[in-house]
Structure formats: C-alpha cells, structure tokens
Design a protein around this ligand. Structure first.
Ligand SMILES: Nc1nc2c(c(=O)[nH]1)N[C@H]1C(S)=C(S)[C@@H](COP(=O)(O)O)O[C@H]1N2
Ligand SMILES: [Mo]
Length: 543
C-alpha cells in the first residue's frame, strides 16, 4: 500500500502537476517559436496564430465583429491575437498536466493543436499551397517532442521491485519528497534550457519575419508617381479651416483610419504585382503590371472614404488626395459596358492578395464618377496599410463595397451570381454612404467657459455633396452652422458654429442636409447592414 503511494505512476501530487503544467507551457512556447521561424521561411501569414486568427475573423458573426471594432477599434486585431495566445496557454498547461500521467497523450495534445493551426493555414483564402501547413506542423512536432522529454523527467523509471525508495539513484532523490521518485532538478534544468533555446529561436524567427517583404519595401521606395494628367483642382479658398479641435480637411496618411481583416499587412512587391481583369462582357482578358498603370493617364482627386462600421460620431472616415487610373476608362477599353447600356455584368468583384472580395455596382463605377485604381495617397505611393501597390476608391460608396486594398483581380459578374466576403456575413450588397455629420469640438463632457464657444466638425455625403449643416442646442431651434467652402461633392465639408454658451449643462446636436435636399435622419440604426444613421450629440457643462 505504502509502496503504491510512492510509485511515480501513482496519482501525482500538486507540485508534480504544477511542474507538468510548466512543462506544457514551455512546450507550447517552443512550438510557437519554431512555428514563427518556419513561417518566416514560408509566409508570415502561415504562422499558427495569424492563421487561426484569420480563420476566427472570417467566422466571427457580423455583430461580434462590429462590436469588436466598436470597443477595440484598430486594436481589435491585437485583442484577438492576445485571446488566441490565452486559449493556447490554457491548452498547453492542460497538455502538460495530462503528460504527467500519460506522456503520449499529453504530447498528442500538442500535436492536435498543431493540426488545428495547419488546417487553419491551409484553409485561408490566401493560402499558397501545402507549405502553409509547415509552420504549425514543425512547431507542433518540436513542442510534442519537448513535452514528451520533459514529462519523462517527471516520471522516474520504475524502481526494481521491492527496492526501498532510499536506494534509488541520487538524481532521483531530489523529487522524492513529493509523491514518487522523479527527477525534479533534471526537469527544471531541462525546462529552463528549453525555454531559453525557444526564446532564442523565437527572436531569430521574429527578425527573419521582420526582414521579409524587403523587396516590397524597395519596390515602393523606387516608385516615382508621374505628374497626373488631370490634377486635382486647387483647394478653393476657405475649404480647409484650421480651427482648434476640428478634423483637418486632408487626413494625413498616418492618421488615416485603417479597417481590414489582415493580421499581417500584405507586403506586395510592385515589380511582380499583376492585375487581372476578366469575366462577363470582358472582350480580352487583361493582365496589367504596375508600370502599365503608371504609363496610363493618371488623375488626382480628393475623395473622402468612410467605413460602414463607423458609428454616428465615430472615427472611421478620412479624406485624402488620391492619384490613380480612372477605372471606367480601363474597363471600357476591355469592352465592359454598364448595365444601363446593355452590359451583362452588374457587379464588379475585386479580389485582394489576402483573399478579400469586395463587390461594387458596375453602374456606379461607370456613371462618370471618379472611380479610381489608386496608386498614390496624399503625394506618396499608397502606404502598405492602405493597399500598396494598388487599391480601388469609389466616391460615394462605403469601403467594404468599393475600396479593395492590395487588389489583384477584377471580375465582372452579377449580384445574382456571387456574394462577396461581407455580404456573406450579413451586410448589404449595395451600400451608398449615408449623409452624416460629426461634432469634433467641444468633446463630450467638456467644461468650456461661458461666452462664445466655437462648435466645429465635419459633414459628409459623398457624391451628393453637403448643402447645409445645422446645430441645435438642447431643445432649441435648428440654427445654421457656417460651412467651409466646398472642395468637391466627393469630399467632406468642415463647418463651425459660434455658440453663445450660457452656464449649465447642455446638449449640442448636429444635422446635415445633402445636395439632394435630404436631411440627415434622426432615426438611429446600427451599422449593420448598410451603415449607421442618426444624429451626433455632445453633452457638456458650461462653467
Ligand atoms: N484587402 C482588403 N481591402 C479592404 C478591406 C479589407 O479587409 N481587406 N476592408 C475594406 C473596408 S471595410 C474599408 S472601410 C476600407 C478601409 O480602407 P483604409 O484602411 O485604407 O482606411 O478598405 C476596404 N478594403
Ligand atoms: Mo469598412
């Protein structure tokens, strides 16, 4: 009976289980480090955390994704990856505990996690082949082997029958105080060395991954954007106000909002980038290079871009000066006709290098508006985050139905035949930008002094234009705000309102009227399925 208690295969005590868990954590860490290094050799997107994260993003219900964007903003991806790491840690700890009793089962657990990572990597839309499974598989093999070895230290070889426990080898003595004869010191030494080695491998993998995409960076540095044949017209005097707290008329690239599903920003080498154009009504399939586009007639236009996930008063809107190829001309050259002229395709589906699909009405692209294949943004080649080398921009449509970044394929099809990424997830097929306005200053809960307070912000109704902006103080009458000069109807318009503020609590509300005469609705809707509506209010106290 006593002998059974001492048998290392008997029920392990807490210290041994804790060390087992530690072993699991070390094995998990090693697995990730190896996977990271191998993914640098394959593709950064094939790493297990990125692949599982991408798969999770694609499977996230629209409502949850929207909630995540709302609560974490552009940090949503960081939060997701931390979540995955947390789950992975728990599973690694569990495998370690399991391995104390059943070495093989614990190791198999690690392999199973690797299989999940490999399956996720292979199922990604941007997967480039079976090599994408390698990072997860290599990591899992390393992790499983390590856990098996470490667990071995926690289970001493069976003692000769009848031998008193005092007669075991000195090395085993160390752990004998617990619940059996096992090699505590050996375990700790092995675990610490393994963790250190993994850290080294991980750092190495990181640096490899960091230097990847070097060709893409060089190709971007080499780009010289030609002077556009049709420059943007000079900003009218008074179109760009410089009031404290107001959104600048032009949003700097580094302040421009970013919304996409990419956990790793695609780094595309412009020199081997290609754009295919094909599908219904396309006379000859086209394959264009970046230089082909640079040699075409380029236009420069100010266009305000808005995300459908932008809440009333939210930050996902920005205005930039784009340089690009007029998309309608290009399509016409390949025989494409809009539906109104009998063309067989009513939907243009753009695909990106990372597997995004975005569906845009062909009619909108070809109705004379400045739909662009954009190459430049505010005087520089597109930043990688915003779609280098080429993205689409279509005035008047939310980004998810128009603004494909890292574009590589344009297919002419129909709305009946194909639902793109966001539509499959419950968003509308067609989504023109809603007329909206936002109070930039004062901020909610501000405490300005009584007297003249400048209320200011922006209003947008791309491709219709802003006609009027009005302010309401508490339940008072709507009073006209002063409008900055209009740049174009595709851009937002700044506005301001000199408010004679009286002490006490107040609510300021803004509403815009677009050039069709439509007044921004007070009816609040959620962002899903076709953009939030309602009016932005700010509550503050005047002192
Ligand atoms: N490849 C790709 N393109 C994309 C997206 C994406 O997830 N992947 N998101 C779209 C959405 S929802 C918006 S609002 C705009 C945002 O563009 P920005 O990040 O340059 O502001 O890009 C669009 N293009
Ligand atoms: Mo968006």
């Amino acid at each position: 009976m006593r002998d059974e208690e001492k048998d290392p295969r008997a029920r392990p005590g807490l210290p041994r289980l804790a060390l087992g868990a530690l072993g699991g954590a070390v094995a998990g860490f090693a697995a990730l480090a190896v996977a990271e290094s191998v993914s640098a050799a394959v593709r950064p997107q094939a790493g297990p955390v990125v692949a599982v994260g991408g798969a999770a993003i694609d499977r996230t219900p629209a409502a949850v994704k929207d909630w995540a964007i709302r609560h974490f903003g552009t940090d949503d991806k960081l939060v997701l990856q931390l979540g995955i790491l947390a789950v992975l840690t728990v599973l690694a700890l569990a495998s370690g505990v399991l391995a104390v009793r059943h070495r093989r089962v614990g190791a198999a657990g690690v392999l199973l996690l690797g299989a999940v990572g490999a399956a996720a990597a292979l199922s990604r839309p941007d997967s480039t082949g079976s090599a994408d499974a390698l990072p997860s598989l290599a990591g899992a093999l390393a992790g499983a082997a390590l856990l098996y070895l470490l667990a071995g230290r926690l289970t001493a070889p069976p003692r000769p029958r009848g031998a008193p426990s005092g007669a075991t080898a000195p090395a085993l003595e160390a752990g004998a105080a617990d619940d059996g004869d096992w090699d505590r010191r050996g375990f700790v030494v092995a675990a610490v060395s393994a963790a250190a080695a993994s850290a080294a491998v991980g750092v190495f993998g990181r640096s490899l991954n960091g230097s990847r995409g070097h060709e893409a960076v060089v190709s971007r540095q080499r780009v010289v954007l030609p002077r556009p044949a049709s420059p943007a017209r000079a900003l009218p005097a008074g179109a760009a106000l410089q009031l404290p707290g107001i959104s600048p008329f032009v949003t700097r690239n580094r302040h421009f909002y970013r919304v996409d599903t990419a956990l790793v920003v695609p780094k595309v080498d412009a020199t081997d980038w290609r754009l295919r154009i094909h599908g219904r009504g396309v006379r000859d399939r086209a394959v264009l290079t970046y230089d082909d586009l640079l040699r075409r007639r380029l236009v420069e236009r100010d266009i305000t871009l808005t995300c459908v996930s932008n809440e009333v008063g939210g930050p996902y809107v920005g205005n930039a000066r784009w340089i690009g190829v007029p998309l309608a001309d290009l399509l016409a050259e390949y025989g494409v006709e809009p539906p109104s002229r009998g063309g067989p395709a009513d939907q243009l589906v753009s695909r990106s290098v990372d597997g995004m699909t975005i569906g845009t009405p062909v009619e909108d692209v070809m109705d004379g508006r400045d739909a662009l294949l954009a190459l430049g943004m505010n005087g520089e080649p597109l930043p990688f985050e915003h779609g280098f080398p080429v993205r689409m921009v279509v005035p008047g449509l939310y980004g998810y139905v128009s603004a494909c970044k890292w574009i590589e394929d344009i297919e002419l099809t129909t709305f009946d035949a194909y639902d793109p990424y966001w539509v499959k997830r419950g968003w509308s097929r067609r989504a023109p930008v809603k007329t909206e306005s936002r109070i930039d200053t004062p901020k909610p809960f501000a405490r300005p002094k009584a007297g003249t307070v400048t209320v200011a912000g922006v209003a947008w109704a791309q491709h219709r234009g802003i006609e009027r902006v009005e302010i309401q103080v508490d339940d008072g009458p709507w009073r006209p705000a002063r409008l900055a000069a209009e740049d174009t109807r595709d851009t937002w318009r700044q506005w301001w309102f000199p408010w004679q503020a009286t002490p006490g609590g107040h609510t300021l509300t803004v509403r815009a009227t677009d050039r069709t005469g439509a007044v921004q609705t007070a009816a609040r809707t959620r962002t899903i399925p076709d953009g939030a509506s309602g009016r932005h209010s700010v509550v503050l106290t005047v002192e």
